[in-house]
Design a protein around this ligand. Structure first.
Ligand code: SF4
Ligand code: SF4
Length: 572
C-alpha cells in the first residue's frame, strides 16, 4: 500500500434492483416469520394461575424468572439458558459449515430489517433506476416529499422495533398503556429511544456498512467453512468468456440458428436442478465461442452489498442468493439452464484440464488481489486444439507448471468443463464435520430436555451455620443450626413439612413456626432457620461429624426432596 493511500473509503450508495424468484420468495417468508414472531410473541397470553404472570414469553427481571410458555426458569437453573446459548452457537457452526453465511443472508436482524427498509424505499421512491435518478437530482419539493415520507415510515418501523423489545421484559398490555399515558419508567423510554435510533440508522443508512465494518462474523466465519461448504458462487467454467452476442436476444429462432451453427443441442449438467438439454455454446459476433454469461449486470444490480459475485468469493457477500434469482431469470430469457450463479462449493469445480485454466479465486481472497490465485497453469494451444477436436482429458495434470496469476483473460471453456457434474447436495450437507456438529447439538438438546422433565417442583438448599458449629445447651444436649432455602415452584401456596433422618435420635425444630410445617408462598423461595438437637447420651452428640439428611415434603402432593449435610458433635 502506498504511503498516500487513503485509509478511509467513502460509502458508495447502493440501489439494489427488485428481483423475483425462489430465493426472494424464501426471504420474504423468512422475513414475515421472523418479524411476525418478534412483534407478536409478547402479546401471547398463557394461563399459569392467579399468582403468576400470564405472558407466554417474559423475562421477569424483578422476580429473576424467565417464562417460556409452560417452562419457568429460575436463577439457579441458568444452565438451561447456557445450554441454549451453546446450542445456538453450535447451530450457527453447523449451518455455516454446510451453507456458509446463511444466517447473514436470511435471518440476521440487520439483513431482515434492511430488507424491510428497502421494501419501503422501493415502494415510495421506485425501483433502482428511479432511486438513482432521485439521488442525483437536486433537492426539490418532490425530492423532499419522497424522502420525508420514507424517513417517517422508517421511523415508525424503528419505533415499533424498539417498542416490541421492552414488551419482553414486562406485562405487554400494562406496559403499552403506561407508555401511552407517559407513566412508564424512564428505563423503558430510554431503551425504546436507543433501539429506535439504532434500527433507523443501521437499517436505513448504514446497511452494508454494518456487515462489512461493524460485524465480526464475516471475519470469523472463514474458520468454519471449507472446500465442501455450499455458498453462493459463479460457475465461471460455464459462464466465461462472458459477452453479448449470439443467442443473447429473446428471439428463439436466432438462438436455434446459433445452436445449429455450432452442432445442435448437447447435454449440459451444471447446477442443482439445471435443465439437462440446452443449446450449444453461444457464439460471439466475431465468431468466438462464448460462455453463458451475457454480462448483463443483473446479478450486480440486485446485490444489496454492491459486489460482483463473478469476481469470486468476497468477504462482503452475505449469501442472500438474490443474484441467483436475477441470473436464473436471465438464463430463462436466453434459453439456458438455471444455475450459472448458484449455491456451490469449491470442490464442485471441474477437474483441472491439462493446459486448462481456472480463473476463480480461492475462497477468502480479495477481489483486488490478483497475485494470489489458484495457481492453475494457463491453457496451452495444443491442449485447446486437442479438446476442440473432441479429446477427453479430465484429471488434474501431474507436475503442473508454475502458477499463472489471474489476469482476467478468458478461461478455457470446453465441452468437458461444461459437462461437469457437481457433487449431489447431500454430500455437501452430510459430511463428518456437519455430522459432528449435529451430534453435539442434539446431545445437548436431549440433555436439556431430560433435565427439564426430571426437575422437581420443590427444592431445598441447606447451609449449616458455622459460627459456632454447635451449641451446648443447659441440659448437655448439642444443637446445630441450619439455614434452609425452600423453593415452591407451584403456582399456589404449599405446606412444606421438614424432617430428618440420622443414625441417632435427633430432633428438629423450626424457628418461628409451630411444629415442623411451614407455608411457602406460590412460585417463591423462603428462608427457614432450623435447629437440630442431639441428646447428651446420643452418639451424635459426642462424635465430631455425623451424617444427616434433611427432608422437605409437599403435604398436598407427597412430593419429597432432600439434602445431605453434617451434624457437628462435641468430641469427647
Ligand atoms: S446475471 Fe448472470 S448473465 Fe447477467 S451478468 Fe450476472 S452472471 Fe452474467
Ligand atoms: S453477491 Fe450479493 S446478491 Fe449475491 S449472494 Fe452475495 S450479497 Fe447476495
Amino acid at each position: 500500500m502506498s504511503d498516500n493511500a487513503p485509509l478511509f473509503a467513502a460509502q458508495e450508495p447502493i440501489f439494489p434492483r427488485r428481483v423475483s424468484g425462489f430465493f426472494r420468495r424464501l426471504k420474504w417468508w423468512i422475513m414475515a416469520i421472523t418479524l411476525g414472531t418478534y412483534y407478536l410473541v409478547p402479546w401471547i397470553r398463557w394461563d399459569r394461575g392467579p399468582n403468576l404472570p400470564d405472558q407466554a414469553v417474559l423475562v421477569d427481571l424483578a422476580s429473576r424468572r424467565f417464562y417460556f410458555f409452560w417452562i419457568e426458569i429460575w436463577p439457579h437453573e441458568f444452565y438451561f439458558v447456557a445450554g441454549l446459548l451453546i446450542m445456538a452457537g453450535l447451530g450457527l457452526f453447523l449451518f455455516t459449515s454446510a451453507l456458509g453465511r446463511v444466517w447473514c443472508g436470511y435471518a440476521c436482524p440487520q439483513t431482515v430489517w434492511t430488507d424491510l427498509f428497502l421494501l419501503v424505499e422501493r415502494w415510495i421512491e421506485g425501483d433502482r433506476n428511479a432511486r438513482l435518478r432521485l439521488w442525483k437530482a437536486p433537492w426539490s419539493g418532490h425530492k423532499w416529499r419522497l424522502r420525508v415520507t420514507k424517513w417517517a415510515v422508517w421511523l415508525l418501523i424503528a419505533g415499533a422495533t424498539g417498542g416490541a423489545w421492552v414488551f419482553y421484559f414486562a406485562d405487554a398490555p400494562t406496559l403499552a398503556s403506561a407508555l401511552l399515558t407517559l407513566q412508564a419508567s424512564m428505563v423503558a423510554y430510554i431503551t425504546i429511544g436507543i433501539l429506535t435510533a439504532t434500527t433507523f440508522i443501521f437499517g436505513g443508512f448504514m446497511r452494508e456498512q454494518v456487515c462489512i465494518y461493524m460485524c465480526p462474523w464475516p471475519r470469523i466465519q472463514g474458520a468454519m467453512m471449507d472446500e465442501g461448504t455450499l455458498t453462493v458462487g459463479y460457475r465461471d467454467w460455464r459462464g466465461e468468456p462472458r459477452g453479448r452476442g449470439g443467442a443473447r436476444g429473446r428471439d428463439g429462432a436466432k438462438r436455434t440458428a446459433v445452436a445449429e451453427a455450432v452442432g445442435g443441442a448437447q447435454k449440459v449438467r451444471h447446477g442443482l436442478g439445471a435443465s439437462k438439454d440446452v443449446a450449444a455454446p453461444r457464439i460471439s459476433r466475431t465468431g468466438e465461442e462464448l460462455g453463458d454469461c451475457i454480462d448483463c449486470m443483473a446479478c450486480v444490480n440486485v446485490c444489496p452489498m454492491g459486489i460482483d459475485i463473478r469476481e469470486g468469493q468476497q468477504m462482503e457477500c452475505i449469501t442472500c442468493a438474490l443474484c441467483i434469482d436475477a441470473c436464473d431469470e436471465v438464463m430463462a430469457r436466453i434459453g439456458r439452464p438455471r444455475g450459472l450463479i448458484d449455491y456451490l462449493a469449491l470442490d464442485d469445480r471441474p477437474p483441472v484440464l491439462p493446459g486448462g485454466h481456472a480463473p476463480v479465486r480461492p475462497m477468502g481472497t480479495d477481489a483486488a488481489d490478483d497475485g494470489a490465485q489458484t495457481g492453475v497453469p494457463a491453457p496451452s494451444a495444443a491442449a485447446r486444439a486437442d479438446l476442440d477436436a473432441g479429446g477427453t482429458v479430465s484429471a488434474p495434470v501431474a507436475g503442473a507448471a508454475a502458477p499463472a496469476p489471474y489476469a482476467g483473460e478468458a478461461p478455457f471453456i470446453t465441452p468437458h468443463s461444461r459437462d461437469w457434474t457437481p457433487q449431489p447436495l447431500w454430500k455437501h450437507v452430510l459430511r463428518p464435520r456437519t455430522l459432528i456438529y449435529t451430534a453435539a447439538w442434539a446431545s445437548i438438546g436431549f440433555a436439556l430436555l431430560f433435565a427439564l422433565f426430571i426437575r422437581p417442583e420443590i427444592e431445598l438448599t441447606v447451609a449449616p451455620v458455622r459460627n459456632p458449629t454447635f451449641v451446648t445447651l443447659s441440659d448437655g444436649s448439642i444443637r446445630n443450626t441450619y439455614d434452609i432455602r425452600l423453593r415452591n415452584k407451584h403456582g399456589e401456596v404449599r405446606d412444606f413439612e421438614l424432617s430428618l433422618t440420622a443414625d441417632g435420635a435427633l430432633s428438629i425444630d423450626l424457628e418461628g413456626a409451630e411444629g415442623t410445617t411451614v407455608d411457602v408462598p406460590a412460585d417463591a423461595t423462603m428462608l427457614q432457620r432450623v435447629y437440630v438437637v442431639a441428646d447428651p447420651g446420643d452418639p451424635a452428640a459426642t462424635r465430631q461429624r455425623s451424617p444427616l439428611r434433611l427432608w422437605v415434603e409437599d403435604t398436598a402432593s407427597g412430593e419429597r426432596a432432600y439434602r445431605d449435610t453434617i451434624f457437628n458433635g462435641k468430641e469427647s
